[in-house]
Design a protein around this ligand. Sequence first.
Ligand code: GAR
Length: 198
Amino acid sequence: MPDPRPVRVAVLISGAGSNMAALIDAGQQDGAPFEVVLVLSNKPDAGGLAVAQAKGVATATVDHRAFGTDRQAHEQALDAALTAHDVEVVALAGYMRLLTPWLVGRWSDRMLNIHPSLLPKYPGLDTHARAIAAGDAEAGCSVHLVTEGVDEGPVLGQSAVPVQADDTPASLSQRVLAAEHALYPRTLADFCRQIRSL
Ligand code: GAR
């Protein structure tokens, strides 16, 4: 018999957390296959923290600056928070730190990321400016499993957005962000249903 309990998800953020909010809302629907039980930030001033609290979700901050150059020590502190909340799946949502192989290995096949491009195009930063500069007809977003290579893991879902003739990186990013808010909850839900049926 499949386990009927919603999968316990933590969302890692560094900023506004609009994807995080979309994931929390989806997880609070009746019958959702996942529930966001923790929002973790590496930045004490991340705007998403107050949004999560207002939605009744536990938050924690592990400020990377306290760990200097020791990335793994920072990740061990993050991981302790994940363990303390019995987290089963981690969703990166605008988490702007590179991960070490240690944390990636610890959450292998259990960590997802959303990236604002149609991977494998434009891993890394400035994705919208690069799509416009290349004259692409389409931009978009991808949800993928996290592996050691940056933005390289297997793609679980994508959503395309037409590039308009007068688009700037800012205007394009707004439309892609709206597509992200639909794609991420849907893809995470599919992933969590799959986990429970294993
Ligand atoms: C989103 O567009 C997300 O795809 C991107 O940061 C934004 C975060 O917005 N992530 C990356 O660029 C990761 N490489 P949000 O905080 O409002 O969800």
